[in-house]
Design a protein around this ligand. Sequence first.
Ligand SMILES: NC(=O)C1=CN([C@@H]2O[C@H](COP(=O)(O)OP(=O)(O)OC[C@H]3O[C@@H](n4cnc5c(N)ncnc54)[C@H](O)[C@@H]3O)[C@@H](O)[C@H]2O)[C@H](O)CC1
Ligand code: K
Length: 497
Amino acid sequence: MIPLLTAAQISQVDNYTIAHEPITSIALMERASEAFVVAFTCDYPDKAKNITVYCGTGNNGGDGLAIARLLKNNFYTNVSVKIARFSQKSTPEFEHNFVQLKSVGIDFFVINADDEIPFDDSEIIIDALLGSGLNRPLSGDYAKLVEYLNNLHTTVVAVDVPTGFYTDGQIPGNLLVLKARQVITFQQAKINFLLPESAPFMDDFKVVDIGLDKPFIASLNSPYQLIEESDVRQMLKPRKPFSHKGTYGHALIIAGQPQTMGAALLCSSACAHTGAGLTTVCIPQSGLVALNTSMPEIMAIIRNDLPDIKWEKYNTIAIGPGLGTDASSIELLRAVFKEYKRPVVIDADALNMIADNKDLLLNIPAGSVITPHMKEFDRLFGQHTSWWQRIETVISKAKQYNICILLKNRYTIIGTPEGKIYFNPTGNPAMASGGMGDVLTGVITSLLAQGYAAREACIIGAYIHGKAGDELSNQLSVVLAGQVAKHIPATLAKMRA
Ligand SMILES: NC(=O)C1=CN([C@@H]2O[C@H](COP(=O)(O)OP(=O)(O)OC[C@H]3O[C@@H](n4cnc5c(N)ncnc54)[C@H](O)[C@@H]3O)[C@@H](O)[C@H]2O)[C@H](O)CC1
Ligand SMILES: [K+]
């Protein structure tokens, strides 16, 4: 896991690294700038491009000055610098790099407070105006400059953070930010890069290692963690010799109506493909032919017969995909919560029924998983005006109800009762199509049936679901839910190799 830190914590790590590596702050800035330049030259190899580096007078600006110098050393022939000197304040690291810049003879121009903004015709802008030190929205000269630069629609590559962007905490509405084509960020993704509010301000970000002290970062015990493939590989249990279908659990999936049988088929297919020993799906009578034709490996219970079943023979139950929200479905949901005491997976219409009958929240079996998308989440827990607020709610509700909450998004957010938040990095826009959530529910259900705890089931499930889609999207511009379900065994095989 990569612990994700707030700006205040990053500055703490910065100071710790300087004191304990030890390294001077100027050498650390040089290391960061070198790392930026390595990444930059890889993505922008044309050394004749007209590049302007815009620098503030803090350490982000100091980085910018060092970057301009290093680009020149790397034979970029058309680099110049514009310095926004909007206040008397500057850092010693900035001043040091200013002297260095002058010594290598790069053209620079100082924009003072209230000055007219100089004309810019560069092909690439490197944004080193403000970084993680931002402590208020842009205004005055900074706002004027950023508005001017945004209107140019030039390719902008931001150093560490796009100027004006908040790295953590709630992002105010109508925020003015220098929009970046790419952000090359130091040491780790900033938490807000992983939230949808970052989308208008950056197309892409790349993390470069600048050697900050990793044990110290870990010691800060951040609640926010980014999942890495190695975590999932470690969590995955092998399929052992002499094991049999009973070893891998029996999942019951309660899903589908005559018009939404697809949800039941996709969910149960994903469950079987993720390796549950047995999968039974509870469907309406009219869906039986479709099930038997498409998935002969899956057993069926007809919906009307459900009340008579032996609940305890299932290792887990999933309820919700395509289920509908009529009176009989609510009755069914209540019956599951009453009769079944092991962890369940609750999705889609089951979440909507809980949203309309909030008393049911208290009856969710301990250790269960709920898998809402944003709208289902807000219906359950109230309207939110920002994703940061939603994360706070995930933390409090996961604890209150002793459940894992998996809030679906580009970087799916998984909250645990212990107060941790895990971000899943896999998945891609080719997967944005119907049924994908049903497949994810099936994957997680399968993992619970196989004996993984809710936290592991969510982390592994979200990761492999997205990774299967990533693998498919190498060749396909649109990936359908059924394709993801069928590809899971191949993804799992690679992960276990
Ligand atoms: N550990 C690392 O990741 C390293 C980071 N480096 C770089 O340092 C910046 C952070 O530098 P800092 O001096 O703390 O802040 P900024 O340059 O972002 O800002 C300077 C200064 O500006 C003032 N300010 C804040 N908000 C506003 C505003 N809205 N308008 C005007 N002025 C504002 C405030 O006083 C700030 O202190 C980080 O991003 C990296 O680029 C190191 O180079 C290497 C290690
Ligand atoms: K910046």
